[in-house]
Design a protein around this ligand. Structure first.
Ligand code: NAI
Length: 389
């Protein structure tokens, strides 16, 4: 199968490496020739490293490079059977690109977007044949992250999602199926990890070092929320938060914070600018956490209850299946456990209590519990009945 990738930035280059490694001929296009050269260099360097580590033979690495065809000419995409775009996150740019593509590719060619925040349906709507359009959402860095969200648009033809899922699996990835709703699975369900941490900071419940310590040491998360936001960059993380909030018709559950907005406005994007929640200037003494376990447990319980609530609501609203939700959060953002299995372990009634107590305290819609949790407590149900005790 010949696959076209448009946009050779962080994501496009990574996706090109994945599909070329899987044996496909790849056409890689970028409007910026420097970006295209940079992508070829970074893919070759990655392949060399894999060969050095013995994960790929030198001959196989060479074969992957030979399958990769960088080009500045979109007409070269005429023989592509699938095109995935990973250009700038701008609906008009994406729509125009697909309109141009449709005049070049065959009518059988499948068209896909790697967008993280735009509606797949709205991009499909610009196409003459929207039924061949679908979302294929990779995670950064694409060669390392196993998860891929497959998102059919309202117009996508019956059966295409299943075909794409199989194809993604053949690339050695783990596909999950998501409804075309804001943030799909991961970028929706993960929001409280950032939002609730900031809220606790704003209220003075604990400082950044303590919240990060609690969630890593007591919660088992790989990175604390403030370290993680600084790592992702507030330019990216704040924009995603804002776009998810807007796309949800301003549901207070997803409300961005002024704290992060100010960091964004100040250009304090995190690691890449040397300053975010933490200061990365050399020789800066980093703040020490208050290792008070009672406080730490309050922090973990509050964030976990909010995350579980999001996952339960996504299940209730059929955004994804139970198993895909679990896979998405463990493979897309490396959570130590699936949130629904975690809810069983903690006790759904206790999770619901935490949420109801927060709601009683604040009277904010942000803390409204998913009706699914309430129903499950009433009926004494578990998300995983066979493993629950
Ligand atoms: P990037 O800025 O690194 O790369 C975008 C590339 O697209 C640039 O090289 C640019 O020259 C090129 N480009 C822009 N308009 C073009 C056009 N009309 N034709 C051809 N090339 C064009 O961006 P990144 O981070 O790779 O993101 C790309 C897409 O992937 C966005 O839609 C983003 O939302 C999505 N995404 C990003 C993730 C991330 O963590 N960076 C994760 C998952 C999805």
């Amino acid at each position: 199968m010949i696959i076209g990738i448009i946009g050779s930035g962080a994501m496009g280059a990574g996706i090109a490496q994945v599909v070329a490694t899987a044996g496909h001929t790849v056409r890689l296009l970028d409007q910026n020739s420097e970006a295209l050269q940079q992508a070829s260099r970074s893919i070759e360097a990655n392949l060399r490293k894999l060969a050095e580590k013995g994960k790929l033979t030198a001959a196989a690495a060479e074969a992957v490079t030979a399958r990769l065809h960088p080009t500045g000419d979109i007409q070269q995409f005429a023989d592509c059977e699938l095109v995935i775009e990973a250009v700038v996150e701008d609906l008009t740019v994406k729509q125009q690109l697909f309109q141009q593509l449709e005049s070049i590719v065959s009518t059988e060619c499948v068209l896909a977007s790697n967008t993280s925040s735009l509606s797949i349906t709205s991009t499909a709507a610009a196409c003459q044949q929207p039924e061949r359009f679908i979302g294929i959402h990779f995670f950064n860095p694409a060669p390392l992250m196993q998860l891929v969200e497959v998102i059919p648009a309202v117009q996508t033809r019956e059966g295409l999602a299943t075909e794409v899922r199989k194809l993604v699996e053949s690339w050695g990835k783990l596909p999950v199926l998501a409804k075309d709703t804001p943030g799909f699975i991961v970028n929706r369900v993960a929001r409280p990890y950032y939002g609730e941490a900031i809220r606790m900071l704003e209220e003075g419940l604990a400082d950044i070092a303590t919240i990060d310590w609690a969630l890593t040491e007591l919660g088992g998360f790989r990175m604390g929320p403030f370290t993680l936001m600084d790592f992702i960059g507030h330019d990216v993380n704040y924009r995603v938060t804002e776009s998810v909030f807007t796309a949800f018709f301003y549901d207070p559950r997803y409300k961005p914070s002024f704290t992060q907005k100010r960091l964004f406005e100040a250009g304090y994007y995190g690691r890449k600018t040397g300053r975010g929640f933490y200061n990365y200037a050399p020789e800066t003494i980093q703040p020490e956490p208050n290792r008070d376990e009672a406080l730490g447990n309050v922090i973990v319980n509050r964030v976990l209850a909010m995350l579980i609530n999001e996952a339960a609501d996504a299940l209730a609203l059929q955004v994804a299946s139970r198993d895909d939700l679990e896979l998405a959060m463990t493979k897309g953002v490396n959570y130590p456990k699936g949130l629904l299995a975690w809810a069983d372990e903690l006790g759904i009634a206790d999770v619901l209590d935490t949420l109801d107590n927060l709601y009683a305290e604040y009277h904010e819609d942000r803390y409204r519990a998913s009706p699914l949790l309430r129903r499950m407590v009433r009926n004494r149900q578990h998300f995983f009945p066979s493993t629950a005790t």
